[in-house]
Design a binder for this molecule. Structure first.
Ligand code: SD4
Length: 331
């Protein structure tokens, strides 16, 4: 951890970097391949998730099945500490999960504040397919999951419980601000995934245990259609990771898709959504946000606030982890 004083000092340097950054960054623009399928997802836990999605896509499957299968991988992996089973608990020691899913037809489903269920994305899909609603929350979402055959599981692992107890003991305050010294490290966070299948159908999924040690009852951007995820089959899709409150205040994923509708490339649209945050939210330098986007031509891109965000890409020709360009530059 860094002291508050050195944090502030570093933040002001970052601010100086930000104004330079706005003049100098050059966005990577991926040329349209018109070659489907494509799947992209946030962070390096997106690599194995993309492989699972690819199995569906390469067999000619629907992108909706692909994104669900993909994000179930980190949800079920107790070593991924920010998604599904093994997620970091809230301040009261409970693991509460948020997730949403959306397809090319604009159908959407979401669950928030869901406990005891390893795969919230599959519950969100059932909300979309079996109910007249978009979002179920808390006990109602749990009952719906149990009524539909999901098993109740213990999501809090021994390791996370031990850390949480230590956190309680130290009486630390919750902070969703980033630890600047850690931002380039192997950050594992929310998984947001976007896929376009052989037939050009785009779907997206987003799932998370949310900010670690958040207030009990807090819901972030990840299950909010338009904030953590948005898909419009005629345009493309976008998804977000990072401090959810900033994404919610700017309806980031919807914004990215609307900017692509107006003709921006995916990376430029993500950059503009970050610029909106930088303009509207005074302490944005102390947060990380990463957007990724995919358009209907199969072009993709990303942008983030702090250096250190990466995303996983899988196409017929590539399997790679790409470092996103950032608004703030390295010190
Ligand atoms: C949230 N956006 O709950 C999620 C958490 C996250 O990087 O993505 N952290 O606010």
């Amino acid at each position: 951890m860094i002291s508050r004083r050195s944090f502030i000092a570093k933040s002001s340097l970052l601010f100086a970097g930000a104004s330079m950054a706005t003049k100098t960054f050059s966005n990577t623009v991926f040329q349209p391949t018109n070659k489907f399928p494509v799947v992209i997802s946030t962070w390096n836990h997106g690599m194995p998730a993309n492989e699972a999605a690819w199995e569906v896509l390469s067999a000619g499957g629907h992108s909706l099945d692909a994104v669900e299968a993909g994000v179930r991988v980190p949800e079920g992996d107790p070593n991924v500490i920010t998604v599904g089973k093994g997620g970091i608990p809230d301040a009261s020691g409970k693991v509460t999960l948020d997730a949403c899913i959306m397809d090319e037809r604009g159908r959407a489903g979401s669950v928030t504040y869901l406990q005891h269920i390893t795969h919230p994305i599959s519950v969100a899909r059932l909300v979309m397919e079996k109910t007249p609603h978009v979002m179920l929350s808390g006990k109602g979402a749990l009952k719906f999951a149990l009524d539909n055959g999901f098993g109740k599981e213990k999501l809090l692992t021994k390791a996370r419980k031990k850390e949480w107890k230590q956190w309680k003991k130290e009486n630390k305050e919750f902070s969703n601000k980033i630890n600047i010294e850690n931002v380039t490290e192997d950050n594992h966070d929310t998984i947001g995934m976007l896929a376009i299948d052989e037939e050009g159908r785009i779907s997206g999924a987003c799932t998370t245990s949310g900010m670690g040690y958040k207030m009990h009852g807090r819901v972030g951007d990840s299950p909010i259609i338009g904030a953590g995820l948005f898909v419009d089959g005629e345009v493309g899709g976008a998804t977000a990771t990072g401090s959810g409150e900033l994404v919610m205040k700017t309806l980031g994923s919807f914004l990215v898709v609307e900017l692509m509708r107006q003709g921006m490339s995916p990376s430029k649209a993500c950059e503009e959504a970050v610029r909106r945050i930088a303009k509207k939210i005074p302490d944005y330098q102390q947060h990380q946000i990463g957007y990724i986007a995919l358009n209907k031509n199969g072009e993709y891109g990303s942008f983030c606030i702090q250096p250190g965000f990466n995303y996983a890409v899988k196409t017929a020709d590539k399997t790679e982890l790409v470092d996103a360009e950032s608004w703030l530059k390295k010190l």
